[in-house]
Design a protein around this ligand. Structure first.
Ligand SMILES: Cc1ncc(COP(=O)(O)O)c(C=O)c1O
Length: 374
């Protein structure tokens, strides 16, 4: 019996064909027609003017902040409920991440608390040039509320849409919010370039500067001339070819993840004390990972017991992100906390959700859950 993973890459013969074609064409360097095409196609899908293909989503976050001149002495409010990459990118610049707790229903940043955080920081004389909201588990943050707060406080918005490519909020695509946004094409994401990411923006000057910084900030001279510190963060053309094939299958892949969620909802939706995180009303979600929330006293069991039981059947499941304000590396940074994210961390469990999962594999997961529930 093979192990069932949470979200494995979904790669078909089409990806193989595109990658071989890129190699045979001789474009194996970090420049090439596939990089240009991937940038244009992702930007068009999201509905923004420019895309810059980079080696990772983390690189894209980092360069947007660098390009905005963010550095030591700046405070950047961000979601506490997330993967460490966003806080790390802020930290690379020398700025301080400020962790803001979650809306209990979506797990995304609590906008009233975000407003309070900016007000308090600025009243203490701290510099808050930007905020970095994050879309959790494929569901967009409340960008309507965020845009109003950002406008009122005069701060830039960098939207971390690493997990939400393909989702939308009130008809606008994830990746189109804020002054700039970032998507990730890491191996576990909704589509992958094995490792990769993209900066998305309507700001042509920002896109040009990030592209320049990502290729070692080399000035347009015959010899090597540098006036700024550069980075080696550009996406390779071969990986962009993989991305183009994935992009052509994106809707089909989202559809498969949605169908897995429906199956889980049928099997456990009526179990006492158990709910599917983010439902109902999750149809603007890309269904990246399906998470269940367990009310332990009502269910009579906890997520750790289910996780251990699935593990015995060689099925991977995982708690929701441990909030950043609880991480040893970031516990001394400022935070605005209500307890909502900690509760989600303690009671949420992500189930295998990848679009490469076969019907039989999903059936194996649901049988294992049924056996656990007795
Ligand atoms: C919310 C979030 N931000 C940023 C990243 C970083 O993306 P990458 O792995 O492409 O650097 C990830 C995932 O990996 C993520 O989940």
């Amino acid at each position: 019996m093979t192990r069932i993973h949470l979200s494995s890459p979904d790669v078909s013969a089409l990806e193989e064909e595109y990658v071989v074609e890129a190699i045979r064409s001789g474009w194996v360097a970090p420049h090439g027609p596939q990089v240009d095409r991937l940038e244009a196609e992702v930007a068009a899908r999201v509905g923004v003017g420019h895309g810059v293909a980079l080696s990772s989503g983390t690189a894209a976050l980092h360069l947007a902040l660098v390009s905005w001149g963010i550095g030591p002495g700046d405070f950047i409010p961000t979601s506490t409920m997330t993967f460490a990459a966003s806080a790390n990118a802020i930290t690379y610049t020398g700025a301080t991440p400020v962790f803001v707790d979650s809306d209990p229903y979506t797990g995304n940043i609590d906008v009233a608390l975000l407003d309070r955080a900016i007000t308090e920081l600025t009243s203490e004389g701290k510099s808050v040039p930007a905020i970095l909201p994050i879309d959790l588990m494929g569901k967009c943050a409340d960008y309507t509320g965020i845009a109003e707060i950002a406008r009122r406080h005069g701060v830039k918005v960098l939207s971390d849409a690493a997990e939400s490519f393909g989702a939308s909020h009130r008809g606008t695509s994830a990746g189109a919010f804020g002054d700039a946004a970032v998507v990730s094409f890491n191996g576990n994401k909704i589509m992958t370039t094995s490792s990769g990411g993209m900066l998305l923006t309507d700001d042509a000057a920002l896109a040009d500067h990030v592209r320049f910084l990502s290729t070692q900030a080399r000035e347009p001279e015959v010899h090597y001339e540098h006036k700024e510190v550069g980075y080696n963060y550009r996406m390779s053309n071969v990986l962009a070819a993989l991305g183009l094939a994935q992009l052509s299958r994106l809707d089909e892949m989202i559809g498969r993840r949605r169908s897995h969620r429906e199956t889980y909802a049928e099997v456990i939706g009526s179990t006492s004390g158990v709910s599917i995180f983010g439902r109902p009303g999750d149809d603007d979600d890309n269904c990246w990972l399906t998470v269940i929330l367990v009310d332990e006293p009502q269910a009579g069991w906890g997520v750790d017991e289910l996780r251990a039981s699935l593990e015995r059947d060689d099925i991977e499941s995982r708690p929701l992100w441990k909030p950043m304000h609880l991480q040893p590396v970031y516990s001394d940074r400022p935070s605005f906390v209500t307890g909502a994210s900690e509760s989600l961390f303690l009671h949420g469990l992500a189930l295998p959700s990848g679009s490469a999962l076969t019907h039989d594999e999903v059936a194996r997961v649901t049988e294992s859950i049924r056996a656990f529930l007795g």
